[in-house]
Design a protein around this ligand. Sequence first.
Ligand code: PRX
Length: 636
Amino acid sequence: MHTISTFEEYQKTYQDSIERPEQFWGDVASHFQWKKTWDSVLEWNFEEPHITWFKGGKLNITENMLDRHLESRGNKLAIIWEPNDPKEKFVRLTYKELYERVCQYANVLKSLGVKKGDRVCIYMPMIPDLAVAVMACARIGAVHSVVFAGFSSHALADRINDAQAKVVITSDGLNRGAKQIPVKRVVDEALLSCESVEKVLVSNRLGWIPAMKKGRDHWLEDELKLVSKECPAEPMDAEDLLFILYTSGSTGKPKGVVHTCGGYMVYTAYTFQNVFQCKESDIFWCSADIGWVTGHSYIIYGPLLNGATTLMFEGVPTYPDPGRFWQVIDKYGVNQFYTAPTAIRALMAHSIDHVLSYSLDSLKVLGTVGEPINEEAWHWYHLHVGKGRCPIVDTWWQTETGGVMISGLGNVSPMKPAHAGYPLPGVQPVLVDQEGKEITENNTEGYLAIKFPWPSILRTTYGDHNRCKLTYFSAYKNLYFTGDGAKRDDNGMYRIIGRVDDVINVSGHRFGTAEIENAINQNKKVVESAVVGYPHSIKGQGIHAYVITKPGIEINDLLREEIIETVVHQIGKIAKPERIQFVEGLPKTRSGKIMRRILRKVAEGDTRSLGDTSTLLDPLVVDDIIKGAESLVVVR
Ligand code: PRX
């Protein structure tokens, strides 16, 4: 596959890609191994929406990630795994070893009754078995749904039920820094309310002996002994489902974003190669968790499709100390490092000596993803980690887009702090005003939408196509709406400002305000709640919850803890509200709609410009809310 190497070449390629998209993507796709070539590159309309890429083509994505490399790269490292504890032995898997493991694992899944099209839920720590399980599903045409192992049993059960998963893959427990978490127990709790699950496959990570339900639960190690190391790759239609990944939207219920085999393969491979400019002997490290889309596309699929060496890290940036990232980079000679702004900000808060003790000489490209990077964090990353010589690719994309959409390409593109930059070839972003009218001039701001499909655009939301249509394709006619606001500068570079819908981005993780409110309202002492995001120095956004309690309930810190515990129980620790403010009423319009704009302003400490409050049913509640916020909020 061709890698763009100069900015002029990027400009020319971009122009070609939008003038002749089918030819462009057809050329890229021809670098892969297809069991049958496609009949048409693209068919689409954004109305239904109905989008197909490489229709009629047959392939198996794992054949392109594994078998295809065996001859030339059989002994090359495919995965390097660094454990949570730096003293524990790391694992290296060559392409040949990975191929065998995936085939064996795939045979285990088959022996448990998994067939093409079945959904398999994966709830696991960041260990090699997780990556292998993902590929084993793809090998036999099962649809994987990875759920981040920080979600609660309740959230896990919701996702298992929505996908009607037949099998769950997990481990005895997991390491997170100094803590160990009993993951299998979380699965057991979830399965009390999941009837579709027939089998549970368990990896042994900690040497624990969890309860194993007879007939349902199986140890991976035992099953592996019974199967062969050969497993033919299932021929898949380009538009067959590859995976479902749940993400939050503005309603209470997370939605299952669906990606399909052919387009996702072509797009993740192309973007990986061009954004990170990985050379044959390079070592690439994306520090995300495979529970999120970044881990799917740029730990597993993108790198392995390109025959690259991908590093997988089990731990956290601050364990055993805040120099861990930099220690790992020096240990393996990592060349491209891809992380989240929230991790950078968290590490900035510690002594700079943690960075300065490492050489970081091997680094060539740095990347960020998941949320806007503030200029201070950008400069710190550029200066101290990249030593002023590594470009930063600020990659804007979403679970729904499957791969990077707007970003610099290694050191090929000009960069500007806090700006994602230019669209990738084939991507046609537009800024629109409130009416959906395209704003064509530069030096402007608007809602970010995309006007033409790219190969890994989501195809549907699992089990509810109408929701897909309403969420992404109905706000503006014939446009995919991202939910983000953005600016475009004089040179046409994009800067993403953040969500313009009811989604909060906490440490790069998305939560719907309604989702958190639903969780809080599960507490029996709560009548109603409203949550908003506010700027948080490390997490990007923190969650500020306004809560109305039932009459006679005593308000104290214990109740605050209880409410937080309810959220942890319903969703997981990652969704913990930072602030709980008890209020008597919420600012509602006469039609009963909560005016979040006001709540947001109060949470930001900006109470001087609350805007028009005359449409409120009871404008006086606002004064109470402002007063109540005094102890929580620094007023600007
Ligand atoms: O608001 C944007 C923000 O993260 C959202 C997508 O979240 P998710 O689907 O969880 O995927 C995250 C990883 C791809 C976007 O709508 N976002 C993502 N990358 C950036 C960003 N905001 C600003 N700059 C980015 N580079």
